[in-house]
Write a protein that binds this ligand. Structure first.
Ligand code: HOZ
Length: 427
């Protein structure tokens, strides 16, 4: 039972819109009420009623080491003893910037911000300033935070709640946004043929995780790289989710395609609010105070958040870490596929490294349209029943499940058994 969660939710509804500080966690899409959590331990979450769940949300990606990793907690503790914020430079932020630069060959210089949204918003401003152009190409179902000009046919909460575009955003602000289907070579080609030299940048999640996990078709990222170079447009990879998740150099390292600008967040803050955008020095030198493109933040480079990020990245640099993550993730994927096969279900599992989605559809999911073809009603029932089995999945069909280094064979086996039990009940 979740009496205390209910109690807090009722209080929250009176003071916070929808009772939550970010929409998807309200669990409305799965016809449930939000769960209020007390603490996290490795691969587990414990709610305010004392219920224990295997966690596949992992704070929507940042917690690649699992909850309350001792090294991260120790660094947070020591950093906070030295002071919580100075509004001035610290040596830790230089270390974090150097470490990110060493891991991402396409990043020569970077700026730390407080969230993924700030990173994408700033990268777009910079792309427009650098090229002197206005238009931006984005892809349907990709989500780049709640940046005004990018909240059109976006994934994550907008997909979850079926919101095509948010009110409160004047048309003028989205009139320069060109929305194209992901993985569609032809649509990109035609758009460049029509608008060519008006396009400042193409922003893309190289492996989208916000319409559920969708893999780029072979050659798609390469094609984006080539066409943006041809039209002297900037290619912006939103690696807020994939950065340090798909490998130490993110999706760009995995696919060998290097963008002009990269947006990071989530893992680089080790569970605290951090974002970053970076790229070629020539472009980044336009950022104030070196250049005229304004972007600032009182808490940017916050010493505690940066210390948590540094501790996390240092763990990820240890040998064998990503291999370990791959083994456990593969085990989950294979287990899910076996369950589907034994139940004669042809639902689809898309996986990239330690992020995956079980799509309640028989069609291959390759873009937003095919993702929207899922049986979200059935997913809602599945989610509720999985919760009863002690498994906390993202409360939406259009999100990625995340594994961490704290997930072991034991947790994955328990999950697969629960999936079998629940799917057998509901099909
Ligand atoms: N935008 C995040 C998911 N992709 C967070 C959702 C939430 O916390 O509600």
């Amino acid at each position: 039972m979740r009496f205390r969660s209910k109690f807090f939710y009722e209080r929250a509804l009176k003071v916070i819109p929808g009772g939550v500080n970010s929409p998807v966690r309200a669990c409305k899409a799965v016809k449930s009420e939000p769960i209020f959590f007390e603490r996290g331990e490795g691969a587990y979450l414990i709610d305010v009623d004392g219920n224990r769940y295997i966690d596949y949300v992992c704070s929507w990606g940042p917690l690649i080491l699992g909850h309350a990793h001792p090294e991260v907690i120790a660094e947070i503790y020591f950093a906070s003893k030295r002071g919580t914020s100075f509004g001035a430079p610290t040596w830790q932020e230089v270390e974090l910037a150097e470490l990110i630069k060493n891991c991402f060959p396409s990043i020569e210089k970077l700026r730390l911000v407080n969230s993924g949204t700030e990173a994408t918003m700033s990268a777009i401003r910079l792309a427009r300033a650098y090229t002197g152009r206005k238009k931006i190409i984005k892809f349907e179902g990709c989500y780049h935070g709640h940046v005004d000009s990018l909240l059109v046919k976006a994934g994550s909460g907008l997909a979850t709640f079926g919101i095509p575009a948010s009110p409160g955003i004047p048309e003028e602000l989205t009139s320069h946004t060109l929305n194209l289907p992901f993985n569609n070579f032809e649509a990109v080609k035609k758009t460049f043929e029509s608008y060519g030299k008006e396009i400042a940048g193409v922003i893309v999640e190289p492996v989208p995780g916000n319409m559920g996990v969708v893999l780029p078709k072979e050659g798609f990222l390469e094609f984006l790289r080539e066409i943006t170079q041809k039209y002297e447009t900037l290619l912006i990879f939103d690696e807020v989710i994939t950065g340090f998740r798909l490998g130490i150099s993110g999706a760009q390292g995995k696919y060998g395609i290097f963008p002009d600008l990269t947006c990071l967040g989530k893992i680089i803050g080790g569970g605290l609010p951090v974002g970053a955008y970076g790229g070629k020095e020539e472009i980044m030198n336009l950022v104030a105070p070196e250049g005229p493109v304004y972007q600032a933040g009182t808490l940017s480079g916050n010493p505690i958040a940066v210390s948590a990020g540094l501790a996390t990245l240092k763990e990820l640099l240890k040998p064998g870490v990503y291999e370990k993550l791959e083994i456990i993730s593969q085990q989950l994927e294979e287990g899910l596929k076996e369950v589907l096969k034994s139940l004669r279900l042809s639902y689809k599992v898309n996986r990239a490294g330690s992020m995956l989605t079980l799509f309640f559809t028989e069609r291959e999911v390759v873009d937003f349209e095919t993702a929207l073809g899922c049986d979200a009603e059935k997913f809602a029932i599945f989610w509720q029943k999985m919760l009863k089995e002690g498994i906390y999945l993202p409360p939406s069909q259009f999100e990625a499940w995340f594994l961490s280094l704290a997930h072991r064979e034991e947790e994955v086996e328990k999950t697969i058994k629960a999936v079998y039990k629940v799917l057998r009940e509901i099909i």
